[in-house]
Design a protein around this ligand. Structure first.
Ligand code: ZN
Length: 135
């Protein structure tokens, strides 16, 4: 695995949290994107090498809606950048980690993503992400 690509934070209201994180990080979000398949609306902030993703639920079935219900707002996942997501998924599976998706899927911010079940990672939802390169 490479560096931490971003930290994902579950929020109740993206508009309010965008204003809050703009104040906190001193920059506006550089991207806002809805991932309909995941039932989330996201925004991304970048300050120096650090990236933060805010996630708001768009449906009651959204994993974010369920997370908010159970735990409230807060850190939702840590994303690691990887060079070759399929290879890394195979390696982690071999190590006994439980993957939440069998194949990489298209996530926000132009990335292939895969998640590890938090029950195998001390309660932390881990995201792997690989930049989607133009062919
Ligand atoms: Zn993420």
């Amino acid at each position: 695995m490479d560096k931490i690509e971003h930290i994902g934070i579950a929020v109740k209201n993206l508009k309010d949290s965008n204003a809050l994180f703009t104040k906190l990080m001193g920059v506006e979000p550089y991207k806002m994107e809805e991932v309909a398949s995941e039932g989330v609306r996201t925004s991304f902030f970048k300050s120096g090498p650090n990236k933060v993703e805010l996630l708001e639920a768009t449906t009651t079935e959204s994993p974010i809606a369920k997370f908010l219900e159970k735990k409230g707002e807060g850190i939702h996942h840590i994303a690691f950048a990887v060079e070759d997501i399929k290879k890394e998924m195979a390696r982690l599976q071999e190590e006994g980690f439980v993957l939440l998706n069998e194949k990489p899927k298209k996530g926000a911010d132009n990335k292939w993503v895969a998640f590890l079940h938090p029950k195998g990672t001390n309660g932390v939802l881990v995201e792997l992400c690989q930049e989607i390169k133009e062919e």
